[in-house]
Design a protein around this ligand. Sequence first.
Ligand SMILES: [Cu+2]
Length: 276
Amino acid sequence: MRSEEGQRGSTAAAVVLSLMLLILVATTVYLFAARVYPMPPAITRVGHWIDRQYDLTLWVTGVIFVLAQVGLAWMVFRYRDRGQKVHFTRGSHVLELVWTTATFILFTTLGAMAVHAWAQVHFVSPAPGALQVDVMAEQFTWNFRYPGPDGKFAPTSPKDYSDSNGNPFGIDTSSKDQDDIVSPYLELPVGQEVELRLESKDVIHDFYVRELRIKQDIVPGMIIPIHFTPLQIGTYDILCAQLCGMGHNRMHSTLRVVSEADFQKWLKQQEAENQQ
Ligand SMILES: [Cu+2]
């Protein structure tokens, strides 16, 4: 509303708007500071790096957020309509340059600091001895394939896909190599590097384990490798993080990180079941 010369605008409106901004800032800061929705602890080294990077980014952007919003609240109150003449300004080139440059430096620095963690995940190959497991995603289940006692994966072909015959990977039934282990959950030994090769049969799915800090899309027609070393024995949820159809919410499996001895025992059990 325009105020006529000499007439004052409403102080109440300015005060209410400023207070609303302050309450919004306080609520937001509280939600983060009190860790109302905490992530479960990371179980990989890279996971801890990602957490540190996330915390750092959150601190930097959080401080700027609070300063900017409190500053805005103060401006709304300080420059409320008190009947004064409107004062026209064209802004300041110097200030524009300063905050654009500052933002550029800040974000490129944060990005550069994250390069190490990013490179470890995407540019560094797993060590030669890493355990290999194939992951097959489909509407709406997960399956995991281990090479079996011979250490080699059997050849596969899409024409051999058969969920009803327990052959979700389409292992070539005419091949001599029939010792691959297929499991509906992912069993891994603690402290050993693992390479997962992610495949999808139908639509885009997403391999998401919060404790690994890994969320990787799985695209039909591609084999996408990811690698990590789980450092904590435990049971963790494997979720699909892409809305992949009506049963998406049921697309769930389990990652079990166990001791090396338990892992060997589990492998033996699976092999025995295979032979039956
Ligand atoms: Cu899915």
